[in-house]
Design a protein around this ligand. Structure first.
Ligand code: PLP
Length: 375
């Protein structure tokens, strides 16, 4: 079976992990953690980049940092992963789901302004497939109503909006280094990019169990104490060592993934004429080769396509179930229909995409998708 995803190992990961182990400092904030964070601060231009144990944790840290309170409202897409929502639900926030856009699974930014109320505190755009949302509108609505913007950039490493790296346009940006993402920190990992300098000091404290340990290690205070709420968001240095190996190979990884994405896009163009939706990359956005999807014309068609590919030994899979219809939140949703989120949940299918997918294998996948539609 050709898998849907296969994590890529650069080859230097175990050497760097061994190096971290031999250094005798394997908890958080070791040499590799600092190296990775410095890399992100340089490449993103953020005031601070903090490694976390996952993107889920980075989002939870963001919600804590923004002091989201019970009853605050947060605007976010319904077509996303539970973590985008959980971070705010854990603080007692009310979720106000936004539908997908007319031509892509990205947030329908035209709907945002009408959903703002006096209780709205934040907008959380998700850069689905690593392709930027319409951030001018997001930032415009947020600026007008003094709302915080937390970018869920889980899938968006190395991608940009009008030349600005994703994850750096809002006050905060959360990235994932789970094994399904373009680079991984050894299976699980994340990062919070802190773009508002005023949030940096408190972010370091919340991430370190509410203590001012970071300031203590910098020699800024003579003892460290419990000074705020917090949790344990800091990953072990061996995860950072793994991630460092991947970051060193990022150009190669990105080139491979984007080449695969492009070949799918060219090979599957005939489907567009049949009414099958293929991904679009707006002029303001870039493509980071994170995932390639098709949007079938119906749920029945998608089920048949997935079954056909599986019979040919190809694992293709659907994506999120819409959160406004989830068992956990459906009864709390305000009842607005979100038909585009429903459609993407029912009809979107993702094709295998990983660095080691060779051209012959990929051609076979493309051939089988086209053969399904020729039947
Ligand atoms: C949009 C989005 N946000 C957050 C997450 C959570 O990432 P992690 O697994 O690193 O916690 C995911 C996971 O795939 C995701 O797709």
């Amino acid at each position: 079976m050709l898998p849907f995803n296969k994590p890529y190992f650069v080859g230097t990961e175990t050497r760097y992990i061994e190096d971290a182990v031999r250094s005798g400092k394997i908890s958080g904030d070791g040499t590799y953690t600092r190296r990775c964070e410095a890399w992100f601060e340089q490449h993103l231009g953020s005031a601070r980049a903090l490694l976390t144990t996952s993107c889920t944790d980075a989002l939870e840290l963001a919600a804590l940092l923004l002091d989201i309170q019970p009853g605050d409202e947060v605007l976010l897409p319904s077509f996303t992963f539970s973590s985008t929502a959980n971070a705010f639900v854990l603080r007692g926030a009310k979720l106000v789901f936004v539908d997908c856009g007319p031509t892509s699974p990205a947030l329908d930014t035209a709907a945002l302004a009408a959903l703002v109320t006096p209780r709205t505190r934040a907008i959380v755009p998700v850069h689905y497939a690593g392709t930027a949302c319409d951030m001018a509108t997001v930032l415009g609505v947020a600026g007008q109503h003094k709302l915080a913007v937390v970018e869920d950039a889980a899938q968006a490493i190395s991608s940009s909006y009008q030349g600005r790296p994703l994850g750096t346009l809002g006050a905060l940006g959360a990235f994932s280094f789970h094994e399904t993402k373009n680079v991984t920190a050894g299976g699980e990992g994340g990062l919070l990019a802190i773009n508002d300098p005023e949030l940096v000091r408190r972010a370091e404290i919340l991430r370190e169990k509410g203590t001012n340990r970071a300031a203590f290690f910098r020699g800024e205070v003579d003892k460290y104490s419990w000074v705020d709420v917090g949790s344990s968001f800091l990953p072990a240095d061996i995860n950072a060592a793994f991630l460092w190996a991947q970051l060193e190979a990022l150009d190669f990884i990105q080139a491979q993934r984007c080449a695969i994405w492009q070949r799918y896009h060219e090979g599957l163009q005939p489907l567009a004429a049949l009414g099958v939706e293929l991904p679009t990359v707006p002029a303001y956005a870039t493509n980071n080769g994170h995932l390639y999807y098709l949007v079938c014309r119906s749920l029945a068609e998608r089920t048949a396509l997935i079954t056909h590919l599986r019979a040919q030994g190809i694992a293709a899979i659907f994506h999120y179930q819409p959160l406004h219809r989830s068992p956990y939140y459906a009864s709390r949703h305000d009842g607005r229909p979100l038909p585009r989120a429903d459609r993407y949940a029912d009809c979107l299918v993702r094709l295998p995409l990983y660095v080691e997918l060779d051209e012959a294998e990929q051609q076979r996948i493309t051939r089988e998708v086209l053969a399904f539609y020729q039947q």
